[in-house]
Each structure stands twice: as C-alpha cells, then as structure tokens.
Design a protein around this ligand. Structure first.
Ligand code: DGL
Length: 263
C-alpha cells in the first residue's frame, strides 16, 4: 500500500485532459496537479527556458513526496524529459503525440499532427516520424494560440473557429484520415475540431495510453494505492488561482479549488 501521490505537471489546464484519464483508470490514487501558468505558453519558449521551468516544477512536486511524475505536456516531454530524468528518484512518464497508432491504422497513408510550435519543430517529433511513419505522409502543423482558447475557456468562440479553420485547412484539402492531437490542451477542443475536420477523420490523443502506462508502472514498482475510497486531488498553479479554478471546474465539470504557489 503506497499512499504517496502521483505528480501531474503541465504549463496549464491542458494537463487536466491527462489527469481525467488517470483518475478514471486509477481512481484510488492521490494526485498533485501543477500548472505553471505563470510561464504559459511553453510552446513559444526556448529549450533552455522549457528545461528551467520544468526543473523547478519537478523540484516542487518532489517536495510533495510523489511516487511517480506524469509529464502531462508534449512540449516538456520533447525538450526536457532527459534533463528531468537525470538523478530523479521517482519514475517519469512523458507524453508524446500518438503518431505510432495513427500510422498503424491509417488507410490513406496520410495523417496529420497538431501541436505547439516548439513540439512541431522538435527533434523528438522528427524522431517519432522517422521511427513509426515510414511510408506515411505526415502533415506537421504548429498551432500557436490554440492552447490559449482552452485556458480562457473559449472552446466554441468565433476566434476558436477562426484558428481551427486556419490550422485545419491543409488537412481538409488532403486525404488525411487520422488526426493526432499533439498538445494536451487540444482534447478539450475535440468537438470543435471534429466539426471543422469532418466526421470521416478519426481523432487520436495520448491520454488513455498514458493512464495505462501509469497503471503498469505502479504495478511493476509495487507503488499501488490499494485503499478502497477515491483518492484526493490537490491543485496548484503558479498563475492566477481564480482563473485556474474557473477554467478547471468547467473542463472537468466538477468544482476545483487550487492554491497559488511560486516555483
Ligand atoms: N499542453 C502543452 C503541450 O502538451 C503545451 C501548451 C503550451 O504551449 O504551454 O504541449
């Protein structure tokens, strides 16, 4: 029986799309969720900045005595996972765009991935394409500003439609049949994306796979919390806690109350 919490970290509320999946598969675990909203968006930051912010966030979570860290952010995973793993006393699970399942399942040999600008130009993403997408055409689309509409809770605004029309134009003009959501903010835009991309395009994200990986790791390390009752979730933000509470409560459809912290 290991009651220590699982740490979940993102630049903002996007990581809640991963927390939601973790909570569904592992309801008895305790969680500490940290959103570094003071420094959002990470997608427009340099590698050095992303590593620096992520190290500070991980140090904060380590002080909460976590047993496992889930990096609920593709951008952080692409640039900082190796740096964070150095001398780290607990296991770390990263989140990368689901290119592998998309490439395995495509029938048109044409897929697309939406992500932050930083993820889109990262070596990590190029590596995933090289390793898993041989013979498959990949439209790699950086989508600055899309994380912000989720942060502001504007999932269906005119600006959201405007941005999505712009970023999905090439997808609509192609024979892409699988669309990968390579940023953890985007699953909250799935309905809006489906509306614009059309019903024939399948949309994949990494959330459920991350939760399964976490479950397997807890089992392997004998870290499982076997208590009967549902676990607790503590929320922390480095930004405005009221703004976080409003957005998170809306996205998770339950009342969320966070604490503001400095990292
Ligand atoms: N949610 C983050 C991701 O998965 C990034 C959002 C940001 O740009 O801060 O990449």
């Amino acid at each position: 029986m290991d009651k220590r919490p699982i740490g979940v970290f993102d630049s903002g509320v996007g990581g809640l799309s991963i927390l939601r999946e973790l909570r569904q598969l592992l309801p008895n675990e305790n969680y500490v969720f940290l959103a570094d909203q003071q420094h959002l968006p990470y997608g427009g930051k340099s590698e050095r900045q992303i590593i620096d912010y992520s190290r500070r966030a991980t140090t904060y979570l380590a002080r909460q005595n976590i047993k496992l860290l889930v990096i609920a952010c593709n951008t952080v995973t692409c640039y900082a996972k190796d740096a964070l793993r150095e001398k780290c006393p607990f296991p770390i699970i990263g989140t990368v765009p689901a290119l592998k399942p998309a490439a395995e399942q495509t029938r048109s040999d044409s897929i697309a991935v939406l992500s932050t600008r930083a993820t889109a130009r990262s070596k990590e993403l190029k590596g995933l394409m090289r390793n898993f997408c041989q013979g498959v055409k990949v439209l790699n689309i950086g989508c600055p500003g899309l994380e912000k509409v989720v942060e502001n809770g504007k999932l269906n605004s005119a600006n959201t439609t405007f941005l999505l029309e712009r970023y999905l134009k090439k997808v609509k003009d192609s024979d892409v049949d699988y669309l990968v959501l390579g940023c953890t903010h985007y699953p909250f835009l799935k309905d809006a994306i489906r509306e614009i991309a059309g019903p024939s395009i399948k949309i994949l994200d990494s959330g459920a796979a991350i939760a399964r990986r976490a479950k397997a790791l807890l089992k392997l390390n004998r870290f499982k919390n076997t208590q009967e009752k549902r676990g607790k979730i503590s929320y922390f933000t480095t930004g405005d806690r009221n703004k976080f509470n409003i957005a998170a409560s809306r996205l998770l459809q339950t009342k969320v109350s966070s604490k503001k912290i400095k990292i």
